[in-house]
Structure formats: structure tokens, C-alpha cells
Design a protein around this ligand. Structure first.
Ligand SMILES: Cc1ncc(COP(=O)(O)O)c(C=O)c1O
Length: 451
């Protein structure tokens, strides 16, 4: 029996034994969405329906589905060595990948702590920065400063650093030592200021926070250079530079969470390149293996790494069974080489500009408040009255409705109550974008007719 005519996948009884990410399962079993196969920028569900993937799964499948080079690398590695004893050593692919990452990441981010997911990369970063300060004479530095509306993962510490209230409140008390500041959300500035007159107050005011909190207690600042969860919140060009300077002045380590923005998404290999700022730690995942195997990394600068090379007891006391797994690393090597050799960051920049232009053309629908992002990470904040920025009433859930309608019409997007976003595979063409935007336009028109 092929998957595509297997009636079990439409049955609630069969589906009720699994619990999915951030999904109410009573709703899911009524409208199950199961992807059966994929190729390029398209996938098909278990009923054979075709979709355009406007989101690379979840900002992940950067080289597209069914990429021959990555497939070949994974299959060969499975045959050669699927696993190595992780507490005794590593494998050639892991060392090769660490070297490649050292070469392609900016600045002196030359050491890779390989892990299996973005959450684990950020978790490792939190432990690394605390231990670094301990081993360099500042044992009091343990607090991690992050931003509201951010997302850094689903594990306990990364959830605590995250800045979306409802994702935490069910599990609180959260971990101690996590401080939050406002994001650079220019469209609806939490400080009620306007860029550029504000002179990037949201970044400058962090100095005050650090002083009042006591710099001797603060280990690191973590930011997504462009934040997905708040609706592709994109900082002004000076923002990250100001954070860099503040961190340098106060001996605070700067962590970039590039789990989404890494590996070409913003039009350069890393958002660190896009914004011209090098962090002390750079966490990446998703696009590194393009989703062909679970893989992520915390890249560590020489300054930080040096503190871990020394007497027994100063090593990083951390491990995961699958960290540096040879199959995942083979997928990562092939995916990263493919991204670089096919110049996919350039494609992201070029096709991303086309996407923005096409979305600008949809402003006439009357509900596009703000279009923002870089490369192929582009969001649209929806507004009932773009002229006054008046939001839709929360119960309208306009973004959800449009996103669900787009899915029904064969287009996968990221959607939230007030915004929608594109993050397609980086192999996407202008013609693919035109097809995607046409489905989006049709979906918006259908939803507007219902309001
Ligand atoms: C910015 C960011 N950081 C961290 C994570 C967590 O990564 P993972 O889901 O691989 O644990 C995500 C996941 O979407 C993310 O978007």
C-alpha cells in the first residue's frame, strides 16, 4: 500500500497517539496535515495534494528537497559509519565540518560545539558563557539578557530566555537569571519613538539596564539578528553595532542566535555578515543540514574557546549522544558546500528583493501594514487600517486565517494572528515566487470576502 492511499492517516484513532509541536491535538486530528514526499520547493501530502513550500519546512530546507549531493553524502555515510562512541572520541566528518564552519563563519569564531538542535545550541551557549566567566575571574557573571518576543528554543533555559509570555507561563517558574528588554520593533515601537529620530534608543537604553542590574552579574546578551516570532522583527542598521560596543565595554559576551538567519537566509552566509557585526558565540542549526538530519552548532570565538583549553576540570562539561553524529555531519558538509558553491545567499538576496517587490504590489488589498526582513526571510504585518496602523481585532486572527487559507490553496507560509512570513528554500526562483504570491493574493481575497 502506498502512503498516498492509506486511509489510516485520515482516522482520528490512528492519529491520537502522537503529540505535535505547539498544536492542540483535538484540532489536528480533525484536519490532519501529513507530508508524504517532497522535491525541490514542492511537497505532497498523504492524499497526493501538491504544495509550494514558502517556508522551507520551517526556515530549514535551504538547498531544497531531494538534493542529490546531500542525499549521496548521507547514504554513503550511513554505509560507512552511522555512529561513533561520543564519550571516547569523534569521527572524521565531525572534524571536517568543524573546520568548514571555522572557515566560513565570520571573525574568529573558530571552534564548533556540535549539537542536534537549535535549542541545544543555545543551551550550550548559555553554559559556555557562564563557565567562561567563571574561568576568567568573573564568577558572578551568570545572567543572560534577551528580548521580549524572541524565541530561542523549547528547552527549560532557552524557554526562559524566550520572550513570548504564553509559551512560558504554563511551565513557570522559569530558570533564574534571565532578563528581558524590548526588541527593536520599529513599526510599533514599545518606547513610542520613531526611527531614526530615536537614535536607536532601544539599543542605547540597554546600558542603563546593565548598570542598574550590575554589570558584574551579566554574562551575555542573546539576540536573533532578525527575530521570527515577533513577526520578522528587523533591527535598524546601527542596532547590533551598539550592542557589540556595549558588550565590549562591560565584558559581556554577545550571542547571535542564527538558527534561522544562518546559512544564507538573509542574503549573506550569516546575518552577522549582513549587519557587519561579529558575535562572541554564534548559534546555528536548521539550514546547516537543510533538514536532512538533525544538526546544529554553537560557534565559539577564540577568546572564549581559550578559556576551555587547560587543566582538567576546565573542559566543557556537556554532551549529547547524537552530537557530532557522522550522518548529520555528512549532511551538514554537503548542505553547507552546496549553499556556498551554488551562491545561494546571492540568490536569496536577488529573489528576496523580487518577493518584496511583489508583496509591495499587494498593498492595494488594503491590509499590509509593514513589509520587513532581509533576503528570503520576509514578513508582512497585517493591519485593518494601514494608514493609521490600526490592528485587526485579536478575535479576527487575520494572519491565521490567511495562512490556513493559503495552505488549503497549496502554499505553506509562517503565520501568526497578526502577521505572515515567507522563508522558502534558497533555490527558489522569481517564477516560483510569482506562483507563491499569486496563491497568497487569492487566499487574502477569499478571507477578506468572509470578513
Ligand atoms: C531563532 C531560533 N532559535 C532557536 C530555535 C530552536 O531550534 P530547534 O527547534 O532546532 O530546537 C528556533 C526554532 O525555530 C529558532 O527559530
Amino acid at each position: 500500500m502506498t502512503v498516498q492511499n492509506d486511509a489510516r492517516f485520515a482516522g482520528e484513532d490512528y492519529l491520537r497517539h502522537i503529540m505535535l509541536d505547539y498544536r492542540q491535538m483535538t484540532e489536528f486530528v480533525k484536519e490532519p496535515f501529513l507530508v508524504a514526499r517532497a522535491d525541490g520547493i514542492r511537497f505532497w501530502d498523504v492524499h497526493g495534494k501538491e504544495y509550494l513550500d514558502g517556508l522551507a519546512g520551517i526556515f530549514t530546507v535551504n538547498v531544497g528537497y531531494n538534493n542529490p549531493r546531500v542525499l549521496q553524502a548521507v547514504i554513503e555515510q550511513l554505509r560507512t559509519l552511522p555512529f561513533n562512541p561520543p564519550m571516547h572520541g569523534t569521527n572524521p566528518r565531525a572534524v571536517e565540518l568543524a573546520n568548514l564552519l571555522a572557515e566560513v563563519t565570520p571573525g574568529d569564531l573558530n571552534t564548533a560545539r556540535l549539537v542536534d538542535s537549535g535549542s541545544e545550541a543555545n543551551e550550550a551557549a548559555f553554559k559556555l558563557v557562564r563557565q567562561y566567566h567563571r574561568q576568567t575571574g568573573n564568577p558572578g557573571k551568570f545572567k543572560i539578557l534577551s528580548r521580549y518576543l524572541s524565541y530561542h528554543g523549547a528547552t527549560a533555559a532557552t524557554m526562559s530566555a524566550g520572550g513570548v509570555g504564553y509559551r512560558k507561563t504554563l511551565y513557570e517558574p522559569a530558570a533564574i537569571g534571565h532578563l528581558h528588554t524590548y526588541p527593536p520593533y520599529c513599526y510599533r515601537c514599545p518606547y513610542e519613538k520613531t526611527y531614526p529620530d530615536c537614535d536607536v534608543f532601544c539599543a542605547r537604553t540597554i546600558r542603563q539596564m546593565i548598570e542598574w542590574e550590575d554589570p558584574r552579574s551579566i554574562a551575555a546578551i542573546i539576540v536573533e539578528p532578525i527575530s521570527n516570532t515577533g513577526g520578522i522583527i528587523t533591527p535598524p542598521p546601527e542596532y547590533l553595532k551598539i550592542l557589540r560596543q556595549l558588550c565590549d565595554e562591560c565584558n559581556i559576551l554577545l550571542i547571535f542566535d542564527e538558527v534561522i538567519t544562518g546559512f544564507g537566509r538573509t542574503g549573506n552566509l550569516f546575518a552577522a555578515n549582513t549587519f557587519g557585526v561579529t558575535p562572541d558565540l554564534l548559534c546555528c542549526g536548521k539550514g546547516m543540514s537543510s533538514g536532512y538530519a538533525p544538526l546544529a552548532a554553537a560557534m565559539v570565538s577564540d577568546k572564549v574557546a581559550r578559556a576551555f583549553w587547560g587543566a582538567p576540570g576546565t573542559e566543557f562539561a556537556h554532551g549529547h549522544t547524537y552530537a557530532g553524529n557522522p550522518v548529520a555531519c555528512a549532511a551538514g558538509l554537503a548542505s553547507v558546500r552546496e549553499i556556498i558553491e551554488r551562491k545561494l545567499p546571492d540568490n536569496a538576496r536577488r529573489v528576496g528583493a523580487h518577493l518584496v517587490q511583489r508583496l509591495e504590489g499587494l498593498r492595494s488589498l488594503g491590509i499590509f501594514g509593514d513589509i520587513r526582513g532581509k533576503g528570503l526571510m520576509i514578513g508582512v504585518e497585517l493591519a485593518e487600517d494601514p494608514a493609521t496602523k490600526k490592528s485587526f481585532a485579536p478575535e479576527v486572527k487575520i494572519g491565521l486565517r490567511i495562512g490556513k487559507r493559503a495552505l488549503a490553496n497549496g502554499l505553506l507560509l509562517r503565520f501568526d494572528p497578526h502577521w505572515i512570513a515567507f522563508g522558502p528554500p534558497l533555490i527558489v526562483t522569481e517564477q516560483d515566487i510569482d506562483a507563491m504570491v499569486a496563491i497568497l493574493e487569492q487566499s487574502i481575497r477569499e478571507v477578506l470576502r468572509e470578513l
